[in-house]
Design a binder for this molecule. Structure first.
Ligand code: ASN
Ligand code: ZN
Ligand code: CA
Length: 334
């Protein structure tokens, strides 16, 4: 029986028509990507059981319709998200998968009924996606997929505890690489931005879940570090670190990127000059994988990213080191 690696075509909900790594087994195609660690996409068919579900298969290797009513469509987005995030980590940092061991996690879509969340699980080593309000907006956009997969990376590197300040840093790490993967993909249907979840309409009014230029735009997140941060929900205490990353990459003040307008403030009235997305991401990645630990707090994140900047670009005299220091000071971390 013939078995081989194929390239399928999928009509996604959020990212247009995409190519997908697939497998031909006998006369049936599988949503199984052997060239990226063997990632598989499963259909949970509205179940919440702990099973993986049923592997998606297809007769002609063209998947989904671009409409949420077609069962394969959310699978196309989830598979595209996993493969793009895999490619980002591999091509940017030389990281082969969540554990850097060449092995993929797997993804499950159509979890629960009208379930409005997505999550990473260390126990199944998998990403899981609900179908959203009215089963109409699956939580499978590229930034959300990269966010969830990055929880796996964090768990297997720094291991930032998911509460208190380290929990906020854990969440921010997922938002930072969620945004970075979107920019990396440069998909014309979903160009990069510093908004998280702008495609999934979780608020029902077209607004995103989170804003990195000024996190308080969501009504709940903190823009700046304060002593009360440790008691906040980790999706809100992520704010200062998301804000730090935006300032480090893009700088303070008003800016329009890919048609989206931002205006990033600073706590101390300073002007921060950005060093660009690639350097900012490299600094955060090195800090995450080499200098942060499970109990790193905001003060420790400042030290970790300064160490990373120093190792990558030069010590306290380098532009990059100074920018890291200035961006943390601008979010009240000194
Ligand atoms: N979607 C959420 C997240 O990734 C799920 C959670 O709260 N754990 O953070
Ligand atoms: Zn998260
Ligand atoms: Ca986004």
């Amino acid at each position: 029986e013939y078995q081989g690696i194929e390239t399928g075509s999928g009509k996604s909900l959020y990212s247009g028509t995409v190519t997908l790594g697939t497998t031909l087994s006998g006369s049936t195609y599988q949503l199984y990507d052997p060239s990226r660690g063997g990632h598989k996409t499963y259909n949970k068919a509205r179940s919440t059981s702990s099973s993986a579900g049923t592997l998606f298969t297809d007769a002609d290797d063209t998947w989904g319709t671009g409409a949420a009513s077609n069962d394969q469509t959310a699978a196309v987005d989830a598979a595209y998200g996993a493969q793009t995030t895999w490619d980002y980590y591999k091509n940017t940092f030389g990281r082969s998968g969540i554990k850097n061991d060449g092995k993929a996690a797997y993804s499950r879509v159509h979890y629960g009924n009208a379930y409005v969340n997505a999550f990473w699980s260390d126990s199944c080593f998998c990403m899981t996606y609900g179908d959203g309000e009215g089963n109409a907006k699956p939580l499978t956009s590229l930034d959300v997929a990269a966010h969830e997969m990055t929880h796996g990376v964090t768990s297997n590197t720094a291991g930032l505890n998911y509460s208190g300040e380290s929990g906020g840093l854990n969440e921010a790490t997922s938002d930072i690489f969620g945004a970075a993967v979107e920019f990396y993909a440069a998909n014309s249907s979903d160009p990069g931005d510093y908004l998280i979840g702008e495609k999934i309409d979780i608020n029902g009014d077209g607004t995103p879940l989170r804003y990195m230029d000024k996190p308080s735009r969501d009504g709940s997140s903190a823009d700046y570090w304060s002593s009360s941060l440790g008691g906040m929900d980790v999706h809100y205490s992520s704010g200062p670190a998301n804000h730090f990353f935006y300032l480090l990459a893009e700088g303070s003040g008003a800016k329009t990127i890919n048609g989206v307008s931002y205006n990033s403030p600073t706590a101390n009235g300073s002007t921060v000059t950005g060093i660009g997305r690639a350097k900012a991401a490299a600094i955060w990645y090195k800090a995450l994988t080499e200098y942060m630990t499970s109990t790193t707090n905001y003060k420790g994140a400042r030290t970790a990213t300064l160490s990373a900047a120093s190792a990558l670009y030069g010590g306290s005299g380098s532009t990059e080191y100074k920018a890291v220091a200035a961006a943390w000071s601008a979010v009240n971390v000194s």
